[in-house]
Design a protein around this ligand. Sequence first.
Ligand code: HEM
Length: 464
Amino acid sequence: WVSSQQRPASFPPREPSLLPWIGSAISYFSDPHGFLARCHKRHGPVFRLLLGGRNVIVVSSPATIFAIYASDIAVPGFTHNQVFRAVIGREQQRTKFDLERDIFPVLDQTLSRRSLGALTRSLAQIMFAKIEHLTQVQETQISIMPLLTKPLYDALNDILLGERFASGTFEDFYILDASMPKRLTGEPFWFFPSMQARKRIFSRLLDYVAGSQGENEGLIGGKFVKALRQSDVSQNEQACHLLAFVWGTHANTQGVLIWMFLFLFMDPVAFHAIRNEIDGAIKDVFGDLQGFLADADPTNLDGPHFALLTSAIVETMRLTVKIMGLRVASRDFDLKDGDKTIRVRKGEWLMGNVDAAHSEESSYPDNQKFVYDRFANCDQREGKWPTEGKPWFSMGSGRHVCKGKYVAMYELKISAILFLHLFDITPVGGAPAPWWPLPPQRRIIGIPHADEVVVQVRPRDWTK
Ligand code: HEM
């Protein structure tokens, strides 16, 4: 007792665990957000955990999370290899191909805000063509997931990969994606349906790479295949890389889109305010729907005309996207946390507690609530992200900020505008269930899967 009294208190404090090697992994993976919140309460904003043999330092203050993401000493620990392994079910084969070196520059070039024009010229039109038939029927009942995300999935594949991979894989993608939380954390699961679904998408991608039609096929697909071929990657392995890319392109955007509509169903005031804003902007900025379809450039969707919609999108992400990008220290270094210094050792893992940052009461009063106009008065001039200066990490930040940040925002806006402008959408069975907040057992590390909600879709009167 005496010696423990004399030992200097270690900083950061360590969360005790009885299990060697496993440490706190079971508590963490069964309710990541709840577990971190309990540790935060016990130890304060910085603490250490043992997670499956890894020493992880968790920090919660936004300034320290920003510092980690900006640092070149803290390198991504949850890399693309892990996404590959989760989607494909095995490690990448060793080849000369390097995703960051060979494909990231293509993404930077194609998906940067400035070059988005080529992508955005047709997205609204292709999507409209895919949902126009719903304006001809009086009423239809359909699950919200395919309603909202299938047209977007098909349209984006058409643009990014080209016509040959434009349609026919949505249902299988959905089955595969549903198994991803378990695939990523290595939990056992009933894998047969998801393996079969993966096999079917894979065989489509194998045909795609075998019949590749040159580097200009789609905005990214042709260049991706060319880079893989130049690195002597086999066709089988090429299809695997493309499959991991397809998952990364769609999964998060789909999750956010569904959650935004669920939040709007639960908040009729928000629903009507955003729809009024959309109707007004289509009239004032574009003249009518045809004008919008012809000219839905990202610059026309920024600014005050869509301030509420933009705000609702980033607010949906604040609540649902709390991806805690892990980093590994590539050498020893000192990390400042307010007036304290955290000594980080080479090989230690660092985790930003994004949940704590997104729940800061001083930045986000009533922080567990969906407040659709929370960001409406922030600076939303062209190209500005309304969360600048706020503790908001849904797209990461710093060196490895999301490469699809602008395209994702654009896709979400186009989808919301088309669906809210064209249709009345209501959950079947009257008053919607309170889908939020989620019970602890449904909180996962990525975006939680939303319930299957069946909605009634009716064309709005003006479409007749
Ligand atoms: C709402 C949709 C999306 C969300 C919430 C999202 C979220 C994120 C987050 C949080 C990170 C950083 C992870 C970390 O720090 O370790 C990230 C990275 C990345 N995202 Fe996204 N993402 C979305 C859409 C997209 C899309 C549409 C694409 C591609 C078309 C994309 C491509 C990437 C890539 C390539 C990276 C890795 C960047 C790097 O390591 O340098 N994302 N995303």
